[in-house]
Design a protein around this ligand. Structure first.
Ligand code: 5GP
Ligand code: ZN
Length: 121
């Protein structure tokens, strides 16, 4: 999938509407169109990267930044784990079709607002 046709590149460029949660020079975060929990936000790099399966050494800082942004958004959404051990959220990269990846532009799922089981399906 080239950047020209990529749905998340189109969202980042504003060509496809999205419910924005956060944006800076490196990343764009928005609500998932088909949420699997009360909170389901996608954090995507503005740079088109196919997925974790094609990460390069030059992308290491960018991926670290995605996790930090996820932490900040989770706190803003009231999802941070509490001292009584309640609360919390899940951060997920689906890598490849067997793992559930359907959009081939790197994205970190931030999922929360309900109890989640383990192992995942
Ligand atoms: P994946 O299955 O690749 O890990 O996750 C892709 C996610 O992108 C899915 O949860 C899907 O609901 C979401 N998604 C796909 N197309 C769109 C869209 O056009 N807008 C938004 N907001 N989310 C999308
Ligand atoms: Zn893209």
């Amino acid at each position: 999938m080239e950047e020209k046709d990529c749905i998340f590149c189109k969202i980042v460029r504003g060509e496809v509407p999205s419910k924005k949660v956060f944006e800076d020079e490196k990343v764009y975060a928005f609500h998932d169109i088909n949420p699997v929990a009360p909170t389901h936000i996608l954090i995507v790099p503005k740079k088109h990267i196919l997925g974790v399966q094609t990460l390069e050494p030059e992308d290491e800082c960018l991926v670290g930044h995605m996790f930090y942004v996820a932490r900040k958004i989770a706190e803003d959404q009231g999802l941070a784990p509490k001292e009584d051990l309640k609360g919390g959220y899940r951060l997920v990269f689906n890598v490849g079709r067997d793992a559930g990846q359907s959009v081939f532009h790197l994205h970190l799922h931030l999922i929360g607002g309900r109890h989640m089981g383990w192992p995942p399906g």
